[in-house]
Design a protein around this ligand. Structure first.
Ligand SMILES: [Zn+2]
Length: 68
């Protein structure tokens, strides 16, 4: 469970971010989506934040960059 950074209330997670402009791509493979952005919203103050549920592909990319 995520906690709101502003008011410390619990946040509702797993909202889908629906915009064609928002996706995380590998900087070398622009057309390849490597992670889906999701959104959590605080039910008290409305603060929302985006996060990545599955970071496995991002970890692989990070490890490859460390090696090179
Ligand atoms: Zn809040």
């Amino acid at each position: 469970m995520r906690t709101c950074l502003r008011c410390k209330n619990n946040m509702i997670e797993n909202f889908k971010v629906s915009s064609n402009g928002l996706r995380i791509t590998n900087k070398n493979l622009v057309s390849s989506t490597v992670a889906e952005l999701k959104c959590a919203v605080c039910t008290e103050c409305g603060y929302s934040e985006m996060y990545v549920d599955d970071i496995s592909k991002i970890k692989i990319i990070n490890n490859k960059e460390k090696e090179s």
